[in-house]
Design a protein around this ligand. Structure first.
Ligand code: ATP
Length: 438
């Protein structure tokens, strides 16, 4: 097969996503809205599975992390206190000729516009990435509110509420999943960088003397979570921020990066944010956010270890990592080797042919499995074509009712990755799937 370049691979993934109902351009009927995407039937299911996996790992399977779902709109002063109003900016450069816009960092001192070649670039000016809107009927400055650019602040301002309601003792964490908005200057690479996206963030409150220990602990946890999603280890790496590049609030910062077709890029940040956030909120509101720790018999403002992941970015990673063109499979050679744990459809059920009582048995299997798993019934076209459709959709197992089924209550299960078929009792199908997708 001819070697195709990496951008082609992204293009082909984008077209597969549209064809199979993973991801569509937002407002496509109206010509689309730049950098906004809609998740279709399979995409919304995949996204939900990723979020459930994160939520289970970060809260349900632990005793020391509580969940939260805070509002997108917050008191505007929160964003002044956090530093976002003054500092959440990117330096922006315009080209006066072709009107292209660039992040200053991307031009690295170039004098000519990389799009039109003219030396008509403006000076860099600071551009705030927060979206603004107005609350209530009057559109003036006093009514300005922001669409949150991160979910973390919703956690900090609820630190006391959650601590008191849950009676947690430090160290403990608060996790939440939710939308965030950033008016990015250069969105792109499909869903990698968008203006509306979802974050999965957890803030872990610790005694200042134990910050490094917990940072290491969470680095390990987060790394394992990506491996558990089936992402190839050799495509992941750690990047430690140099001291000079640290955000104003951070003491140490690590990112988990993935090697996308467009280069190594950040997937998630695991950062030691010190006591910056709670100290600032305490200072501005006058509310006591200190914690009395019986172990240390002292009052202090907790340090925060943050794990901040992008849900859409994780989804893109899962898709690109699973995408494979396998010419041995014939014409329809694309297969999405998604982990059964996150695959949108866990199994497809087919009657080999639409006669001899096979559809009735297949339908019964389908309805039984449907009570526990997301399964799909398909009786259209040859079995080979049905397998190919499921390979492209990332469905790990295909169950086929054939001539032998009536005789001994067995069916074949075809494994997406090995393409091997094995025979199983119908009564064992539920356990078979549960062991692999549960
Ligand atoms: P980047 O350097 O890529 O802009 P960041 O360092 O600003 O990211 P954080 O503020 O640490 O990102 O956000 C945490 C996570 O949220 C990121 O690791 C990423 O997965 C996700 N994220 C941030 N911005 C976007 C975006 N514009 N689109 C999609 N996901 C995003």
């Amino acid at each position: 097969m001819a070697k195709k370049n990496t951008n082609d691979k992204m293009d082909r993934l984008v077209s597969l996503c549209k064809r199979r109902g993973y991801i569509f351009q937002s407002s496509e009927l109206y010509g689309g809205l730049n950098s906004c995407w809609d998740y279709g039937p399979l995409g919304s299911e995949l996204k939900r599975n990723i979020k459930t996996s994160w939520w289970d790992a970060m809260t349900n399977r632990r005793d020391d992390v509580e969940g939260l779902d805070s509002a997108i709109l917050m008191h505007p002063d929160v964003w002044k206190t956090s530093g976002h109003v003054d500092e959440f900016t990117d330096p922006l450069i315009d080209c006066k000729t072709c009107k292209s816009r660039f992040k200053a960092d991307d031009l690295e001192g170039r004098e000519k516009c990389p799009v039109c070649g003219n030396a008509t670039l403006t000076e860099a000016r600071q551009f705030n990435l927060m979206f603004k809107t107005f609350m209530g009927p009057v559109e003036d400055d006093s009514a300005t509110v922001y669409l949150r650019p991160e979910t973390a602040q919703g956690i900090y301002v609820n630190f006391l509420n959650v601590k008191n309601a849950s009676r947690q003792k430090i160290p403990f964490g608060i996790a939440q999943i939710g939308k965030a908005f950033r008016n990015e200057i250069t969105p792109g690479n499909f869903i990698f960088r968008t203006r509306e996206f979802e974050q999965m963030e957890m803030q872990y409150f610790v005694h200042p003397s134990e910050d490094e220990k917990w940072l290491e602990y969470w680095r390990e946890q987060r790394w394992s979570w990506y491996l558990g999603l089936g992402i190839r280890k050799e495509k992941l790496r750690w990047h430690e921020h140099a001291q000079k590049d640290l955000a104003h609030y951070a003491k140490t910062a690590y990112d988990i990066e993935y090697e996308f077709p467009f280069g190594w890029k950040e997937l998630e940040g695991v950062h030691n944010r010190t006591d910056f956030d709670l100290s600032r909120h305490q200072e501005v509101t006058g509310k006591d956010l200190k914690y009395f720790d019986e172990r240390f018999t002292e009052k202090f403002i907790p340090y925060i270890i943050e794990t901040s992941a992008g849900c859409d970015r994780t989804l893109l990673t899962v898709l690109i990592d699973a995408y494979e063109e396998d010419p041995t499979r014939g014409d329809k050679s694309t297969v999405l080797r998604l982990s059964p744990k996150v695959a949108p459809i866990k199994a497809a059920v087919f009657p080999l042919v639409k006669k001899n009582g096979m559809p009735e048995i297949a339908e019964k299997i389908y309805h039984d499995l449907k009570k526990r798993f997301k399964v799909f019934y398909d009786d259209g076209g040859s079995v080979g074509r049905r397998y190919a459709r499921m390979d492209e959709a990332g469905t790990p197992f295909c169950i086929t009712v054939d001539g032998q089924t009536k005789e001994d209550d067995t069916v074949t299960i075809r494994d997406r990755d090995s393409m091997e078929q094995t025979r199983h009792k119908i009564s064992e199908l539920g356990d078979f799937l549960w062991e692999r997708v549960g």
